[in-house]
Design a protein around this ligand. Structure first.
Ligand code: CA
Length: 230
């Protein structure tokens, strides 16, 4: 079965060009030329990857990326005409997997789409093997079900927060740099930096720590990174 790609792009000529190249490479492609419609499609449909333009009529790409990430893990490649947007994307920690500035070559786009689809496949198959439960001092994580309980009470996490928490808890007492963690959770070719990790650690702590300034689970090793204490 061919892999499904959603293109959300208001410039129809660009959307069509991207679709043609992707179809030639065997992908099945749907295009949407409007933000609101694109968001609906991204939330409703089952796609293997989303190519998302930032400047869109109706709902913009930042908002779409954020809304999709709240519920889905689908790889997202953000596309923008402005180089400056890359800083904004990093600062927001939107959870996009990659970023491209227009104009770009369609073959470069196809190469990145293939790489991200393959990376996502590996991620999914790793998760399928990790049918286990982690339990440390009142914190229980069911990896397969992607659920977390703190002293019996369930806590909800975004996809990346869960991945980060599970990775750290699955390798207790090991110190990881922010760069290590970024590579591990977001992937080598991802857009973003260590600041994204800091933001996510802060959010996780707010959910599982009694005192975020004196964390009992995820400890900050100053000048190095983080470790999960047992
Ligand atoms: Ca646009």
């Amino acid at each position: 079965m061919s892999r499904r790609i959603l293109i959300i792009e208001d410039e129809e000529a660009i959307a069509d060009l991207e679709r043609d190249y992707l179809e030639l490479s065997g992908f099945s492609v749907k295009t949407s030329n409007d933000g609101a419609d694109g968001l609906k499609e991204a939330l409703r449909g089952e796609y293997d990857l989303i190519i998302l333009d930032l400047m869109l009529p109706g709902v913009d790409g930042f908002e779409i990326c954020k809304r999709v990430r709240e519920v889905k893990d689908t790889p997202i490649i953000l596309v923008s005409a402005k180089k400056d947007d890359i800083d904004k994307i990093r600062g927001l920690g939107l959870g996009a997997d990659d970023y491209m500035t227009k104009p770009f070559s369609p073959s470069e786009l196809v190469a990145r789409v293939k790489a991200h689809v393959a990376r996502y496949d590996r991620l999914i198959s790793n998760e399928a093997e990790e049918d286990q439960e982690i339990e440390i001092r009142g914190l229980k994580i069911n990896v397969a079900a992607r659920r977390v309980w703190l002293n019996g009470e369930e806590c909800s996490f975004t996809t990346k927060e869960f991945d980060l928490l599970t990775f750290l808890a699955g390798h207790p007492n090991h110190v990881y740099t922010k760069e290590d963690l970024f590579r591990e959770i977001w992937g080598v070719e991802c857009v973003g930096d260590a600041a994204t990790v800091t933001v996510h650690i802060k959010k996780i702590r707010e959910k599982i720590e009694y005192h975020t300034s004196h964390p009992q689970y995820i400890e900050t090793i100053w000048g190095v990174g983080y470790r999960f204490k047992v």
